[in-house]
Write a protein that binds this ligand. Sequence first.
Ligand SMILES: Cc1ncc(COP(=O)(O)O)c(C=O)c1O
Length: 373
Amino acid sequence: MIEQKVRPEVRPMARPRHGGDVWHYDGIKDYSSNVNPLGAPPRLEEYIMEAARDLHNYPDDTSSQLREAIARRYDVGAENVIVGAGSAELIRLFPEVFVSPRDRVIIPCPTFSEYSFACQLMGARIIEYPLPFDNDFSLDVAELMARLDGVKAVYVCNPNNPTSRMVGRRDLLDLVQEAERKGTLVFLDETLLELSSRSDELSLVPEVEGQDNLFIIRSFTKAFAMPGIRVGYGLGSREMIRFLEAGRLTWNLGTIEQRVATRLMENEQEHVARAVRLLEKEKGRMQVGVEKHLGPVPSPHSYFFFAPLGDLGVSSSQFRTAMLRHDVLVRDCSSFGERCEGYSRFCVKTPEKDDEFLVALGLAVEEIREGRH
Ligand SMILES: Cc1ncc(COP(=O)(O)O)c(C=O)c1O
């Protein structure tokens, strides 16, 4: 009986699957979620304790101090910034505000599953744009641009999760401008760009005030390695943010989240910069180690690998199980669709941790080859 009451678009929906599920294993080393390999800044606990003294009032519903700190960091106005309980909240909010039932949205695939989940919830018609398999899944922006007629919104994740491919700034700007001519909104996910040495060069954040159709999300989760504290943010024109603010959940960020994120934004940029330098050095070394066991792997544009399992003859999920036997968690990519069955996603960390990963990888691959998995 209850099923009949559920909105028809919700009935067939299943929850999206993600990495980082460390809660069901003891002593597991997580390489499935892409966060700062240095961990959280050492002063994080101090910031939390400081914020915890002041919980007797409702939080500031406008998150004004945090939005100002973010605005200073990016040299935009606080009115260009909205904050959310993780960027995940803003992924949900965007279609709630802009997408009506039966609106067409284009989502490249494979990509982060929350975009289509949020659009489905609003009853959108989702047009999947398959990223070309024979080009390491790199996005062909010209092709995407040719498909924008009658489309309400197009999604781009840069670099893309799970493929670790980036799109150049000029290409992205062309896409945004063409989308503007066609009356299409662009949702750009830059959450994985922040730990890249090309973050400033590739980011479209400086464009938000001039491009009314552009919304960009970023997050504290990856840069400061704190997925357990939910803070993300979005940047857009004042007009766009005004409408998103109108639909935002009241008190979406608690006082602890607001205060801690403000301190991190103001005091801990060097922590992020250190991680970027480390990852830049470590990526190449990790690739050599990975290729020794798995054969050729496309050079990641980001700090995580999307590695073909090649001739191992196992699925993504079987590979995950084989790695779990050595206490290492990698991302089972099967939830990204059939085309990703033969891939695994895992991140780059510090040299010591990557050496541990490579030992586990060597043992798991040996067991798979000997049929002992
Ligand atoms: C590409 C991408 N965007 C957004 C998110 C959401 O992150 P958060 O809600 O922690 O900001 C994730 C999380 O894994 C992600 O991979």
